[in-house]
Every structure is written in structure tokens, then in C-alpha cells.
Design a protein around this ligand. Structure first.
Ligand code: CMC
Length: 431
């Protein structure tokens, strides 16, 4: 039986239908609120209670610590799948058959290189340019090299979706590797068609003339895990940005480029960099973590890599990555003092009423940086890795917006609390 919700506004009763998701989650459908109420809107700063869309990509139950891509639990994908297979799932909705997987991989391989003229663009950046700025600019620039795939007419862009999405997913890692090589003054490595996605990325990052880099199976597995765990996360800040930009009719490259910019901030993808900065400073100060926890509790610091808008029990990605981190370090025979500090911080925080009451638990970023350090990824590339991993989710969400024939431009409203009407005063008369 369908449910209704009613809102009493002064002495008027307004009725609204309730939408139910496939996992039983509910939303009051307020699309007619403004017209029915004579101008009243909802106010939900930060959108904590707002469903901005209907989506079929990812399901999260934050209270139960559940994350599923297209219905598949993240734990199963992390154990059995690869980043490319998961990317196919996220983008296309189903796990690929052998033939579909082969065709998808072939498209990614074909698209790995970047236009020679585009390579010159990188030369204009200063050595210390941030790779997130370069990544965002270059992904947007992809539209210039294949304008027929980026017409800003969703129906036409959808006809070429397979090619455009393969370009975005494949070239994002090539751009990342080129940005890294150029920042170090190192020669750029061309893609090697014989290598798989992650191995090829690591080759483009770390091979040197006369000294090819070959990723060990453990490192390749770790890289797959990091990217796969980031592949989608429903309506987070960057994905909502992608959908917002897409809703204006913008092409895939422009929309995902905006997602990269949104990801950069320390409260989102930039948290993986901030976590390492925090752990390093705790280490350098000889703190065992307890002083930092006190600072976080008094509001003087924020425990980076902790807390999540949606997860209020645990972040399932953090559990998986914490274990992956231990396994990688063991297999490489490495120790990292930052991992010890992270473990101590997590134990202390998980025993502390401040964190328990606020339901603050380690999130995916708490451990991912330690894993990336072990692989040799430099700190300023951590958020770039997140962006490469998130590309399938951005692509899938762009596709949902573009393919929805009833989609409207995203255009929230506001409550204005600025000055009321006043008359212009000439500059000479202003005091
Ligand atoms: N350390 C200490 N206190 C915290 C933290 C933290 N990391 N996060 C939240 N709180 C406190 C906050 O001060 C507030 O306390 P009070 O009720 O006394 O005012 C309460 O917990 C609620 O916090 P909030 O800021 O209202 O929560 P939010 O849902 O707006 O923010 C968050 C979520 C992830 C931005 C936040 O927890 C945070 O800043 N965490 C650190 C940054 C981080 O790790 N970000 C990565 C998120 S996971 C990757 C991704 O998907 O982007």
C-alpha cells in the first residue's frame, strides 16, 4: 500500500506521496511543495535529509555499514573482482561476460595514450603545480581533442557513450602519470598495451629508461583494491557535482572534471593527504596519539580520516582497506610507523565517549594513504588516486542524468537573509 505524508502549514493540510527505494528506504516526495503551499520551500543546508535524485548505481546503509555497487556487496567485490571488472559493473549495471570484459578491456587499452599536442599542455605548468589542478584541467580538455564525443547534446553524447567513457576511464590514469613524471622532470612513459589497467598505470608512473618497472602481484592487487573501493559512493560531494553539471546538458568530460575539483577538498578526497599530514605531525612530536585526540575533542583539531556523513557504525571500506594495508606491508616486508600511530589512534578513539557519542569511526581515507605510501605513490598524488578510482561512479551518474528524458536542470532555491531593498547612494555621498 502506498504511503502518504502530510505537512500542516498554518491551518492547511498538504499531502505528499512517499517514495520507497528497492531496499525499503523512504523519501517524502516534495516536488509539488512550493506550488501547493504558495511559495514555501524546504531548507536542508548540507543536504543531510535531501534525496536529490533516484539512482540505480550504489546502495549505502550507513547505520548498518553496508555498501553495494549495483547490488553486489563491497566485501565480495573486494575479494573477487578487479578494478576494471568493477568499473564495468558500476557503469553498465551488470558484471561483464567473458566477451564483454574482453571488449571493455580492449577499449581501455586503445584509449590509454594521449594526443601528442595535449602532452605539450603539461609543459606550461610550473614544476610544483598541484596534480589535482592539472587532472581537472586535462580531463576537461579531453573534450577539445574529441569534440564529436562532447557536443553538450545528451542524446548525441549518449550515442558515443562507450567511446567517451573509455576515454575518460583510461586517460585519467595516463594524465595522472604524465603529471607526476613532468613534475619530477622525468621522461614521460607511453602506455604498454600488454599490461593490465593497474600494472600499466604503475609502469607509466615508475618505469625509467633502461629500468622498466614491473608491479609485483601484491602491489597490483593493492592498487586494484584501492581503486575498486573508491569506485562509487552514491551522492557524495563530487558525484553530486558531476550530476549538477551534467544536468545543464554538459558533456561527460566537463562534468567529471568538475567532480575532480569537488573531490580536491580536505573534507572529501583530500582527506587522504590530510591524514598522512596528521599522522606525520603526531609522529614528529613524539605523541602516541593521545594529545591529538584531546585536541580533536576540544575542537582545536579534526581527526582526519574519521567520521562520515552517512556511515554511523563503521565504514565497510575502512575495514577492508585496513586489512589490505596490513597484508601489503607484510608481503613487502615493510613497516610504517604511521600505521602504528593510526592503529593506536583508532583504538583510542573507538574507546572514547566523544567519538562514540558522535558515531565517528575511521573512514576509507584513514588507511588508504599508508597503503599508497607503501606502493611509492607520492603524497600529492593521493587524491589523484581517489579520482582515478571514482571515475566509474562519476561516469555512471553522468549517464543516469543524460539518459533521463525527464531530467531537469538542478537548481536549488535559497532563503535570502541579506539587506532588504535600499536606494543606490553615489560614491561621494557614502560615509
Ligand atoms: N574529528 C573530530 N570531531 C569530528 C570529526 C572528526 N573527524 N568529524 C566530525 N566531528 C564532530 C563535529 O565537530 C561535530 O561535533 P559537535 O556535534 O560537538 O559539534 C560532530 O562530530 C558532527 O560533525 P559534522 O561536521 O556535523 O559532520 P558532517 O556529517 O557534516 O561531516 C565529515 C562529515 C566527513 C566531513 C567529517 O566527519 C570530517 O570532517 N571528517 C574528517 C575529514 C574526512 O576524513 N573526510 C573524508 C570522508 S570519507 C571519504 C569521502 O567520501 O570523501
Amino acid at each position: 500500500m502506498s504511503e502518504n505524508a502530510s505537512i500542516k502549514l498554518n491551518d492547511r493540510n498538504l499531502e505528499f506521496p512517499v517514495i520507497v527505494g528497492s531496499e525499503g528506504e523512504k523519501a517524502i516526495d516534495l516536488r509539488t511543495l512550493r506550488s501547493d503551499s504558495g511559495g514555501c520551500i524546504t531548507f536542508d543546508e548540507g543536504y543531510g535529509n535531501t534525496g536529490s535524485c533516484v539512482s540505480n548505481v550504489t546502495f549505502i546503509d550507513g547505520d548498518a555499514g553496508i555498501l553495494r555497487y549495483r547490488g553486489y556487496p563491497i566485501e565480495q567485490l573486494a575479494q573477487h573482482s578487479s578494478f576494471v571488472e568493477t568499473a564495468y559493473l558500476v557503469i553498465h549495471g551488470e558484471l561483464p561476460t567473458v566477451e564483454q570484459y574482453a571488449a571493455f578491456s580492449a577499449r581501455l587499452r586503445e584509449q590509454a595514450g594521449i594526443h601528442e599536442r595535449m602532452l605539450h599542455l603539461f609543459e606550461g605548468y610550473p614544476r610544483d603545480a598541484h596534480p589535482m589542478a592539472i587532472l581537472s584541467a586535462m580531463v576537461n580538455s579531453l573534450a577539445c581533442y574529441d569534440p564529436h564525443l562532447a557536443t553538450n547534446d545528451h542524446n548525441r553524447d549518449l550515442e558515443n557513450f562507450e567511446e567517451a567513457s573509455a576515454i575518460a576511464l583510461s586517460k585519467v590514469r595516463t594524465i595522472a602519470a604524465v603529471a607526476y613524471r613532468m613534475s619530477r622532470g622525468l621522461p614521460v612513459n607511453y602506455s604498454n598495451k600488454d599490461l593490465k589497467y593497474c600494472e600499466n598505470f604503475l609502469h607509466m608512473m615508475f618505469s625509467d629508461p633502461f629500468s622498466p618497472y614491473t608491479a609485483s602481484p601484491e602491489v597490483a592487487r593493492a592498487m586494484n583494491l584501492i581503486l575498486l573501493l573508491h569506485a562509487d559512493h552514491e551522492q557524495n560531494c563530487s558525484t553530486s557535482t558531476v550530476r549538477m553539471v551534467a544536468s545543464s546538458g554538459a558533456n561527460l568530460f566537463a562534468s567529471t572534471s568538475a567532480g575532480i575539483s569537488a573531490l580536491w577538498g580536505p573534507l572529501h578526497g583530500g582527506a587522504n593527504v590530510a591524514v598522512i599530514g596528521m599522522l606525520r605531525s603526531i609522529h614528529e612530536q613524539g605523541d602516541d596519539g593521545s594529545r591529538f585526540i584531546e585536541a580533536a575533542k576540544s575542537g582545536k583539531a579534526r581527526l582526519m580520516g574519521f567520521g562520515h556523513r552517512v556511515y554511523k557504525n563503521f565504514d565497510p571500506r575502512a575495514k577492508i582497506i585496513a586489512q589490505g594495508c596490513e597484508e601489503l606491508l607484510d608481503s613487502l616486508g615493510l613497516t610504517d610507523p604511521l600505521l602504528d600511530i593510526a592503529r593506536r589512534l583508532a583504538e583510542a578513539a573507538l574507546d572514547d565517549p566523544y567519538f562514540l557519542e558522535r558515531k565517528l569511526y575511521p573512514n576509507v581515507d584513514f588507511y588508504s594513504g599508508i597503503m599508497m605510501r607503501a606502493i611509492g605513490i607520492p603524497l600529492n598524488m593521493f587524491t589523484v588516486m581517489f579520482a582515478i578510482g571514482r571515475m566509474p561512479g562519476w561516469i555512471a551518474n553522468w549517464h543516469e542524468v543524460a539518459a533521463d528524458q525527464n531530467s531537469r536542470i538542478y537548481r536549488p532555491r535559497q532563503i535570502y537573509q541579506g539587506p532588504v531593498k535600499r536606494e543606490y547612494v553615489s560614491i561621494k555621498e557614502r560615509t
